[in-house]
Design a protein around this ligand. Sequence first.
Ligand code: ADP
Length: 401
Amino acid sequence: MNIAWLFVSILLILCLALLWWNRKLGRDNIALQNAIRQAREQAAQSDSQVELERRMRDTLIETLVDPVFFLDADRNITYCNTAAWQLTHGSAQPGRSLMEAMRSYELDKYVEDTLDGRSDLQHEINVEERLYRVHTGILNSGAAPGAVQGAVLILRDVSDLQRLGRARRDFVANISHELRTPLTTIRLLIDTLRMDGNLDAAQNSRHLDQISTQVDALTQLAQEMYDLSQIESGQMPMRMVKTPLHDLVESVMMRLTPQAERAGTILTNEITADVTALVDPEQISRVISNLLHNAIKFAPGGSVNVFMATKTASPVITEDTGATAEYLTVAVRDTGVGIARTDLPRIFERFYKANRPRGQRGTGLGLAIAKHIVEAHGGSIWVESVEGHGATFYFTVPREG
Ligand code: ADP
């Protein structure tokens, strides 16, 4: 009996132990499954993180306007952006060498030296008449520290910067040149007045007049430079009003009549009273004045006439509507010396002076100012001339109504 009880008790204990073990196993299994699920979720998360980062990097590289090349240690392209593809006219493609894509021994050598750690100097190369500054970054192998895996090459277009730098230097050189002549003349005249005790009153007065002329020239130069900078920086607001062009031309001609009479030049205004433009009258007067002033200067004894022309430079598109705006074309024609073919493309540049009849002064800024004013009205200005056969300047202004 006792043995039977003992047997039953052992069996019961065994059953309970088995039950406990089974439940523990179940719990462990759930914990294990949870851990596996968590690990899977984390892996998926990090995969999408890697994917996200990859897409961010690709977008960033694509957004760059600078050509970007990823190269391996042998300077073969492993990746490049659209800008690089465009620069090389489609030659830059993964698998091709940098030399094949860019066809620049100089650039290839520079990148080779950089990969070998032999060059960290700034470098610039010319590609199709544009100047690029070369930037490189070395990709080191993570597995073997110090081992070079490849490079990133970025080409930055610095042509505009270079052009601006040159324009600034030219500008300073031009100004100092323009200042030097009148200043030297004034210095000489003052020295003569100081040291030559034998000058009579008439000679003294003549010298003072000459000084006065030089000071006027300097004042005009300073004023024109200031105006040009104001117009160029958009700080001279245009006040557009309905303006009859005949009256505007007439008032400028009246002002210049003494100069025309001295030169023996006949001025004619052929614009009819019904032509009305939407312009800043003060500024457009200045354009007409600069053109007439030149015409009188370069056509002594000849004639100058202002009339409405039918030709246009090119259709003028308004910025806000995209529609072709109605523009009027004003022409100023003279019978003077004309302009040489080689000078024609340059006469609207600041300080550019072509032919210069004896004794004629000028700053070389008049046409540059005229161009800026006309462009601020959305119009354009151009010239047609055959050397020895006069010149015709055209400019367009918005029609009123
Ligand atoms: P400037 O003060 O020298 O007249 P502009 O900018 O007005 O400066 O003109 C630039 C150059 O263009 C002049 O030096 C001249 O050589 C040329 N030019 C301008 N207008 C005429 C014209 N009507 N006939 C011949 N040449 C002209």
